[in-house]
Design a protein around this ligand. Structure first.
Ligand SMILES: [Zn+2]
Length: 445
């Protein structure tokens, strides 16, 4: 049993920043935390800056990273953006997806992210033919996360319909298993292992017929697995759901047993007061993806009202317009400031909780996201001596990190007690930018 001691120049301990903290780490877990340690003990690994628990990226579609830049030319809506996204999806194979995802997850590690929730629906070969291993694409993502050194919750996604009973279109043939039962059969073959959780997802009320929602919900419930669903990102989805069922998407999910404490609605943008009450009283989580929501001109979701009603908040970089959880955290607060013309809806501590402990809980990692004895030894250190972060008093380091730092200020990322990023360099993907450029160029053909 190896024992490593880390000395943290400053550490965020849930509500406040403490100077001089040691973490004892053994077998991938924190075994002891000591405060008031002014100088590094002999042999300790020194982490200068502010160390916080590892960041959780609760909503990702890894292949959307290939669209960065490309989709900023011209105008349009979510729906025109989706057409471009589908053309990239068509080109991916298990090998090319592994190469891309390995680079994307390495970019996440550089940004201080220690776990990702991969909302995965690109299951089959073009035309819809299953691969020899029907989970080849999911296994490629799991292998990519392992190579990049971060934890993954593979949220294997049921995607069966192009909308309220319509057959999948030609792009969506790669996504569909035909029925929710066939989806469950395929997903049941995926095995959890070190650093890997298997969860479920319902793509949306558009993509899973109402009479099959409970099959997915039951699969997740039987395994006590996380269940995620894109919810009311677009008003067009709400209108179509009301026309088809006479219910809002949230009401439809409630009626079919989808809501609950292990369920997370992603976006939750266009909700009625009744929807907010349903999500809150069932303690269904909300994953906000502010940089994607603003990029796709979705609108601003009612995160304050949702949290007040009882819905825990998590954050995701979703389409990877940027990969920066600190930016996601401050964007949630800043969006609310613009909408209300008042400040201070969340403290820096509350925003960090969404980005760490509550994000991990949404992905089924109940023992991660805090710096305390017994927790997984996942943490990240933000430099306080860069042009963005130098100046403020150390006791304001959390405020500085959340409201001024960026992913570029992340100095170290440690997962399960292993240094994945040291001094800004990834341990197993030394040239992350090159890996991104090469894997994306290969998709262009
Ligand atoms: Zn999404």
């Amino acid at each position: 049993m190896s024992l490593t001691t880390y000395w943290l120049e400053h550490a965020w301990l849930d509500t406040n920043v403490e100077p001089g903290v040691t973490l004892a780490v053994s077998d991938g877990r924190i075994t002891a935390v000591r405060t008031g340690v002014d100088t590094p003990p002999p042999g300790a690994v020194v982490l200068r800056g502010l160390t916080i628990p590892g960041l959780s990226n609760a909503h990702s579609h890894a292949f959307h990273r290939a669209l960065r830049g490309t989709v900023q030319v011209g105008s349009g809506t979510f729906w025109t953006w989706r057409e471009v996204m589908y053309t990239v999806a068509q080109r991916l194979t298990p090998d090319s997806y592994f190469a891309l995802a390995r680079a994307v997850y390495a970019e996440m590690a550089l940004a201080g992210i220690t776990s990702v929730g991969e909302f995965h629906y690109l299951h089959h070969a073009p035309g819809g033919t299953p691969y020899a291993d029907p989970n080849a694409m999911g296994e490629a993502l799991i292998a990519a996360a392992a190579e990049a050194g971060i934890r993954i919750t593979l949220l294997d996604t049921a995607y069966l319909s192009s909308g309220f009973g319509a057959a999948p279109d030609k792009h969506q043939l790669r996504f569909t298993d035909g029925t929710a039962e066939k989806w469950a059969e395929r997903v049941s073959a995926l095995k959890e292992r070190d650093g890997v959780r298997i969860g479920a997802a319902i793509h949306s009320v558009r993509a899973v017929p109402a009479d099959q929602l409970s099959t997915v919900a039951r699969w997740a419930q039987d395994r006590e697995a996380p269940l995620h669903v894109h919810l009311s990102e677009q008003t067009a989805e709400n209108d179509a759901c009301l026309a088809a069922h006479g219910l809002t998407p949230t009401q439809l999910l409630a009626e079919h047993g989808v809501l609950g404490p292990r369920t997370t609605g992603v976006h939750n943008t266009h909700l009625t007061d009744g929807d907010i009450a349903l999500l809150g009283t069932s303690t269904t989580g909300t994953c906000m993806c502010p940089t994607t929501e603003r990029d796709l001109a979705d609108g601003i979701g009612p995160a304050v009202a949702l949290q007040r009603a009882g819905s825990p908040l998590s954050l995701g970089s979703d389409s990877h317009a940027v990969i920066d959880l600190l930016e996601e955290a401050r964007a949630m607060e800043l969006n609310e400031r613009l909408r209300t013309r008042t400040r201070g809806h969340w403290t820096a501590a509350a925003l960090l909780r969404a980005a760490t402990v509550d994000g991990h809980a949404a992905l089924g990692w109940a023992d991660a996201g805090t710096l305390e004895a017994g927790a997984l030894a996942d943490f990240t250190t933000i430099a306080l001596d860069t042009v963005r972060t130098a100046g403020p008093l150390p006791r304001l380091a959390a405020e500085t990190a959340v409201f001024a730092a960026s992913a570029a200020d992340v100095r170290h990322t440690v997962v399960a007690g292993r240094h994945v990023v040291r001094d800004g360099v990834h341990h197993s993907v030394p040239d992350v930018a090159g890996a991104l450029a090469d894997s994306i160029a290969a998709l262009r053909g």
